[in-house]
Design a protein around this ligand. Structure first.
Ligand code: NAD
Length: 380
């Protein structure tokens, strides 16, 4: 059984799907591991580190993709410089494990199905206790939440902590986190460690205790509708509920030095939580970091991939933040993909068992079919 690690060609992607430590473990299990030349370079893992771990370094991309049983990647397959899709390089029937963004870009799923690839999407791993070690959305969101606070602290023309100095007392920064999922909770913890006073808001009332246990205040908005969908995810809320939450959060946004938005609804555009009017009410020098920039942004003024100043407020719309911490991002991702791989390999042979709920949920294409109804719907 041969496993291959591709070099990422997406320009913003610095992560790699396996790190040398995980290669060592796979090789000990009797698996053959190929790593493309320079695959770990942008995350500071050299070819010689992989070789020492027992991998074979392959410089011929077509050979690496075309002669492997399981191909591991981080970013969804891309179009190459020669105009061909990376997907065309895979042999029919091969397995691909990667982020695939199948709901946002279902065309990739169609291409994978056409090529008869068994593709498992890291975004589709169920958020269950058994799947925790494979949950790449969580491992990467946590990095993003942490980094978002550091970016905000660096951009804020103020201290975060309260300081009592001979030259006077500095009040702590006020940080408001919108969306208290994995990224939001890590943002709360990080902002608290830096000494800020933190408030957080989420439409899922269940997160109140978690927010409070991290030392932040939970901003509560009582809504008359169910806000939680299957799997614990947030649901899209009605216009009336949106209006109601906006009225409550507007005051908190106005009084904050930093607003970090992390709200998402799977498969949909990010909900608009911060309007232009709200930004106009913020103090000059305040900072917004919008972690939903890639999904359309939680803030009306966000420009994905850019830092802009609007009415004196700095609005930062970072893209692929986990990739800015590639060492730990790759380490965690490597653990996620290898845990998933263990479900697919029995006695050193590939066995894709759809009676396993994790394999069933994560596998978007198999034997020429798109297996997931939501992905099929997204293609319409
Ligand atoms: P996410 O990235 O999909 O969204 C981030 C947060 O934004 C969520 O908390 C969501 O409730 C919130 N949100 C959505 N719309 C909003 C709005 N209009 N206003 C304010 N907030 C809004 O979330 P996530 O971090 O991926 O977590 C999703 C779910 O998965 C949660 O229930 C989480 O607890 C669960 N989860 C479970 C496990 C596990 O059990 N293994 C692991 C990770 C996450």
């Amino acid at each position: 059984m041969r496993i291959a690690v591709a070099k990422e060609i997406e320009v913003c992607e610095r992560r790699v799907a396996l790190i040398p430590d995980t290669v060592t473990r796979l090789v000990k299990q009797g698996l053959e591991v190929w790593v493309e030349t320079g695959a770990g370079e942008r995350s500071f893992f050299g070819d010689s580190d992989y070789e020492a771990a027992g991998a074979t370094i392959i410089s011929d991309t077509a050979k690496l993709w075309g002669e492997t049983d399981i191909l591991l990647k981080v970013s969804p397959p891309q179009e190459r410089e020669d105009g061909r899709s990376e997907i065309d390089l895979l042999k029919e029937g091969a397995v691909l494990l990667s982020f695939l963004n199948p709901l946002g870009n279902p065309v990739v799923a169609q291409q994978l199905a056409n090529r008869k690839i068994t593709a498992l999407s890291m975004e589709m791993i169920p958020r269950t206790t058994r799947a925790q070690s494979m949950d790449a959305l969580s491992s990467q969101a946590s990095l993003a939440g942490y980094k978002a606070v550091l970016i905000a602290a660096a951009a804020l023309p103020k201290y975060f902590p309260m300081l009592t100095t001979a030259a006077g007392t500095i009040a702590p920064a006020k940080v408001f986190i919108m969306g208290a999922g994995v990224a939001g909770l890590q943002a709360i913890a990080t902002a608290r460690r830096l000494g800020a006073v933190v408030e957080a808001f989420d439409i899922r009332p269940a997160v109140k205790e978690e927010v409070q246990s991290l030392g932040a205040k939970f901003v509560e908005v009582k809504l008359d509708e169910e806000t939680v969908a299957a799997g614990g995810y947030a649901k899209e809320i009605s216009e009336a509920s949106k209006q109601r939450t906006q009225e409550v959060v507007a005051e908190h946004i106005k009084n904050s030095d930093v607003v970090i938005t992390t709200a998402q609804v799977p498969g949909r555009q990010a909900p608009r939580l911060v309007t232009e009017e709200m930004v106009a009410q913020m103090k000059p020098g305040s900072v917004i970091v919008d972690l939903a920039a890639e999904q359309g942004g939680n803030c009306a003024c966000t420009e994905p991939g850019k830092d802009i100043v609007w009415n004196g407020v700095t609005i930062i719309g970072p893209i692929n933040l986990p990739s800015s911490m590639p060492i730990h991002a790759s380490q965690l991702y490597a653990k996620n993909v290898t845990s998933l791989m263990q479900l697919l390999i029995k006695d050193k042979a590939l066995q894709v068992d759809f009676s396993d709920d994790i394999v069933d949920a994560a596998c978007v294409t198999h034997a020429g079919e798109i297996r997931n109804q939501r992905v099929r719907d997204a293609l319409q």
